[in-house]
Design a protein. Structure first.
Ligand code: PLP
Length: 375
């Protein structure tokens, strides 16, 4: 966590008061929550009343996808189609699939190009035919695996033209890119991606848009999300959002330089390495690479043993590694997808970290290649 977030959160942890209580302690806690809401709203370019606090990005995405679908469907039983980009995070992908499996949603996965960008020409084709049958479109702001930024302004314009609500998962984008939440109908953000605490996030929901809540209870957060508000986490989240916005330009330029250096040196030093994702419109701290002829998992463990921590490009379900749906949607073959890794840089990353990776990577790749690709 960023020090500003630790300070704001720890200052609240010892304080008494439920933000929904009317007594003085409650009112004090409420003030913390409302000031935090205003801070987050101002960074996102919306009014404070649009921000609904949640337990994180996963809950915000579930609330938007299920809540908007159910509300739209119950108002108009003909609105059954859900259009979702094929490269969404599981926090969107799985609720969409759930609606398809259990609630009659007709799910259409929006194609992406080889860089992972949603094909807006194909989205338009899907919308023009029968927009009144579409309950929801969901396209993330930037991809968590390969870092590609989506053409969200174009997607938003198409959705607005056809009167269809657009949800965007901006969990990875906040703190890295200029995120104007007023351009979409709902937007998910998360504390721990901006140097705030885990377990807190928000859904930005345009006023006037109704959704069915996931949680029923005390009616907090405009009745959209019941549950006692976690004032310390919310204070930490807001402090992190403000801090990451105030140093965003300088920090992301520095991280981008480090990342570009990392990619250029790896591609120059090691044969059979391909960079994935959009090389121009992307998150500054993500480098996603495919290594020919080796298993990503083996390489990851070899690097971990050498003190370099990275992530694989594949999801693991029930202990069985599978190629990433993102890479497959971009047209990579399963073997290449399984030989891919994501290297992430953040505000604490230094040139020495990149140098260390370059020291150990050639040997690790050679060893992983001797062991062969995933079977
Ligand atoms: N969406 C994206 C794009 C993410 O990268 C993540 C987390 O990795 C999430 C959603 C889930 O957010 P949270 O961990 O706050 O539930």
């Amino acid at each position: 966590m960023r020090p500003e977030a630790v300070a704001a959160m720890t200052a609240e942890l010892g304080a008494v008061g439920n933000p929904s209580s009317l007594h003085a302690s409650g009112r004090r806690a409420r003030r913390v929550v409302e000031e935090s809401r205003e801070a987050i709203a101002s960074v996102l370019g919306v009014s404070a009343g649009d921000v609904v606090f949640t337990s994180g990005g996963t809950e915000a995405d579930n609330l938007a996808v299920k809540g908007l679908y159910r509300a739209r469907r119950s108002a108009d039983s003909g609105r059954t189609r859900v259009l979702a980009s094929a490269v969404e995070h599981h926090a969107v992908l799985d609720p969409v699939e759930h609606l398809g499996a259990t609630e009659g949603a007709e799910v259409e996965w929006l194609e992406v190009d080889h860089l992972g960008r949603v094909r807006t020409d194909l989205l338009e084709k899907r919308l023009v035919g029968d927009p009144s049958s579409v309950a929801l479109v969901t396209v993330m702001w930037a991809n968590n695996e390969v870092g590609t930024t989506q053409p969200i302004a174009e997607v938003a314009a198409l959705c607005a033209e056809h009167g269809v609500p657009l949800h965007s998962d901006a969990v990875q984008a906040l703190g890295q890119l200029d995120v104007d939440a007023s351009t979409v109908d709902s937007l998910a953000v998360s504390g721990h991606k901006v140097g705030g605490p885990h377990g807190v996030g928000a859904l930005v929901l345009k006023r006037g848009l109704t959704l069915e809540p996931l949680l029923h209870g005390g009616g907090q957060e405009r009745d959209v999300r019941s549950g006692t508000l976690d004032a310390p986490s919310i204070a930490g989240f807001a402090a992190a959002v403000l801090a990451s916005e105030s140093d965003r330009a300088v920090r992301t330029a520095r991280v981008r330089r480090l990342r570009d250096d990392l990619v250029a040196r790896i591609v120059a030093d090691i044969e059979g390495v391909t960079r994935n994702g959009d090389p121009h419109d992307n998150l500054p701290g993500i480098a996603h690479l495919s290594f020919d002829g080796c298993a990503g998992d083996a390489l990851l463990l070899l690097l971990d043993a050498a003190g370099v921590e990275c992530s694989r490009g594949s999801a693991c379900s029930a202990g069985v590694p599978r190629p990433s749906h993102v890479l497959l949607a971009m047209g990579l073959d399963p073997a290449t997808a399984m030989g891919s890794l994501r290297f992430s840089l953040g505000h604490t990353s230094q040139q020495s970290d990149v140098d260390r990776l370059l020291e150990v990577l050639p040997g690790a790749v050679a060893r992983a290649r001797r062991a062969g690709p995933s079977r």
